[in-house]
Design a protein around this ligand. Structure first.
Ligand SMILES: NC(=O)c1ccc[n+]([C@@H]2O[C@H](COP(=O)([O-])OP(=O)(O)OC[C@H]3O[C@@H](n4cnc5c(N)ncnc54)[C@H](O)[C@@H]3O)[C@@H](O)[C@H]2O)c1
Length: 259
């Protein structure tokens, strides 16, 4: 039997002693990743846009883990820079980055504003690239790390009434492959985690006909619950996924398979 088979342990899934940045980790899916990581042993650094951090703070502290925050707008280049430097100042390292922050601005295709297109792309694509590159270079110096870019079922399909969302989520796959290629040799793995359709605020503006179409296309018929993403997030952040690099892992209840 190969030595690696004998060595395999459930400890490979542990995040004990790791420091993780999760953008938008104070709301919805981001908060679920934060709770999952804390439960797996990681300390958290949360760049947040909305002021209320009480829920995630309480949940992470209850796990006996540390959590730090920095509020700001990730479309602001100075704030993006500060996220990396402030995390290093507070923890001295970055082991895991989750590029989770996102937004949808919904309008008919014919009326879509250029300014909204640019804003959504800046938040979801430019920010993921900037933070991933900067955190990746820190991880390179440290000897390894994990970058998880949050994509979507809409990384592979086009739907939903928000053109830049589709473009950004497809682009996330490109960013993921670029980082896998550039950083893999330094033991930094980058993968995309692609949720399907979850009951969440980001979906409140989705037109009703899209909601109905999506529901009809789900093999189980149900939109996802946050807890259904937590195991995959921990896997992609942990040693258990060290030979998974440059891939997009879908957690979509079979939505994409039904296209
Ligand atoms: N909910 C779903 O069904 C679903 C499906 C696929 C992908 N996703 C993706 O998951 C991620 C989280 O979505 P969610 O459903 O938890 O919604 P959410 O609105 O709670 O998450 C988005 C986060 O980004 C933050 N944000 C928004 N604008 C920002 C800005 N300018 N600067 C910094 N942060 C900003 C928000 O405050 C929030 O914390 C997003 O990338 C979204 O596209 C969600």
């Amino acid at each position: 039997m190969q030595q690696s088979v004998l060595d395999f342990s459930m400890d490979y899934f542990s995040l004990k002693g790791k420091t993780a940045i999760i953008t938008g980790g104070n709301t919805n899916l981001g908060m679920a990743y934060a709770v999952a990581f804390a439960r797996a042993g990681a300390d958290l650094y949360i760049p947040h846009f909305l002021p209320d951090v009480s829920e995630v703070k309480e949940a992470v502290l209850a796990e006996g883990r540390r959590i730090e925050f920095l509020q700001g707008d990730l479309t602001d280049a100075d704030y993006r820079k500060k996220v990396i430097s402030d995390c290093l100042e507070k923890y001295g390292k970055i082991d895991i980055l989750v590029n989770n922050a996102g937004m949808g601005v919904f309008a008919p295709f014919e009326e879509y504003k250029d300014s909204d297109f640019a804003r959504v792309l800046d938040l979801m694509l430019n920010t993921a690239y900037y933070l991933g590159r900067e955190a990746g270079l820190v991880m390179k110096k440290q000897g390894g790390g994990k970058i998880i870019n949050i994509g979507s079922a809409l990384s592979f399909t086009a739907d939903g009434g928000c053109p830049p969302y589709i473009v950004a989520k497809h682009g996330i796959i490109g960013v993921t492959r670029d980082f896998a290629n550039e950083l893999g040799r330094y033991n930094v793995q980058c993968n995309a985690l692609c949720p399907g359709f979850f009951k969440s605020e980001v979906n409140t503006g989705v037109p009703k006909e899209v909601v109905d179409r999506v529901s009809a296309q789900l093999p189980g018929g149900e939109w996802g619950e946050y807890g259904q993403l937590m195991g995959t997030a921990v896997f992609l952040a942990s040693k258990a996924s060290d030979y998974v690099n440059g891939w997009a892992v879908g957690v979509d209840g079979g939505f994409t398979a039904m296209i």
